[in-house]
Structure formats: C-alpha cells, structure tokens
Write a protein that binds this ligand. Sequence first.
Ligand code: CIR
Length: 253
Amino acid sequence: MLTQAIVRRPCPAIVDGLTTSNLGKPVYHLALQQHIQYMKALMACGLKVNILDPDNNYPDSTFVEDTALLIPNCAVITNPGAPSRKGETEEMATLLGRFFQNMEAIEPPGTVDAGDIMMVGSHYYIGLSDRTNKDGARQIIGILEKYNLSGSLVTLEKVLHLKTGVSYLKNNTLLSVGEFIEKKDFKDFTIIPVDDDESYAANSIWVNDCVIMPSGYPKTQRAIEEAGYKILMVNTSEFRKIDGGVSCLSLRF
Ligand code: CIR
C-alpha cells in the first residue's frame, strides 16, 4: 500500500522546460491548475501529498520522479542526465532524509533519470537512454543488490525515458506502446497495448488499486477499464508540451 507522495509545484520557468515536442510552450497558470488536479487524484487514492516549493532555477523541477529512486528502506538520489536538471536533487535529498534512514547517491560519470526505472515487485527494469548511461545503470544495480533486489537493462529505441513507453500496472500487467509491445524483456507479462496515436497515455500510474491516466485517450481508457481497473483521469496537457507525463510528476512510496 502506498501512503506518501512527493511533488513540486511548477515554476514560472516551466515555459523553458526541455522538450522534443512541437506542441508549444506550457501555459504556466494552466500548469498550476493541472498540478492541483493531479495532487487531488493522488489524495483520492489515499496518499498524503508532500509539496516542495517551486524552484525557478530549474524549469523541469516539477518532474520530481527523475531525481530519486525509492526502494524499500532506501532512497537513491540520482544524477540527472540533462545538465540543466542536475541541481534538482539537492532539496529532494533533504526531504527524503526525513522519510528514509538509508540514502545512496549516483556518482558521476554515472547519470540516471529515475523515469528510466520501472519497478516490478523486487525487480527493476532500467532503460538505457540519453539520460541514463551504463555507468549510472551499473551503480543502480549495485545498490539494488545491496538491498536484496535485482535490476536488468532495457535498451530504448525511440522514447525519452523507459516509462514514457511502458508502465507497470500490477497483476503482472504492462501498459505498453510501440517498441515495448513485443519486447523480449517483457514477454512474460500481460500487455495492454496502446495505439501509436495515443502513445502519451502509455505513461500512467497504478496507485493503490486505481490507475491515474491522462485525459483525452479514450481507446486506452477503455482498454484499461476492460482489464478491470478503476481509473482516475487528469489533464496534463501543459506537461505533455515538455515531455512530462503522469508518472514524472510525483514520487510515490
Ligand atoms: C525533461 O526533458 O527532462 C523534462 N522536460 C521531462 C521529464 C519527464 N520525466 C519523465 O519522463 N520521468
């Protein structure tokens, strides 16, 4: 059962967030409203939401998921792969120190964005991406093994982060798009396939028996419902403009 979430309010500089899309710049006041709806969804799933103040030095700092990997009894502070995001970890480490007795950190030259790490029980899939390099992934696996957990590498072809294209929805079930539908690494899972024209919805989260997904993706919504899940929808259009999805906006533990 998840009980806590950490989020960071979007800052005005979000308009300068890193992006690979051509959807225009996020509208700050809409991003703030959508963030509030997102927090409400987490609360509706029973989580206490801990809110960090906005930090205008870091346009992408609302995407807290990338700054830490939370495993049972330990918080691993990452070293984000994008130079403009490196300092985002500092305040997160301070906050996580209040919840976790054990802290670890990824050291350069290793880089890791935790959006590349998907937890499936005691096993963690680590996507090698433009943000997460081999050294960072090797450090993550070393830490996982120290805590009696395991990790394996997944190569990515098209997506920014592993969880941009695949989400674990418990019950041995993955929500997958594109390259992840047929990937050998995931052959033993039940796959809920996401059509390419709804690819953004492949980034959804399972929170205490409910799936939080972005609004506006009816085929994916139907498929998740037909698989037996209860759904909560949130509009994340402003975050999508800078490649951010539902999972990126929180850490949950
Ligand atoms: C970035 O490029 O780092 C941000 N604009 C988006 C980060 C999204 N995070 C995630 O998928 N875990």
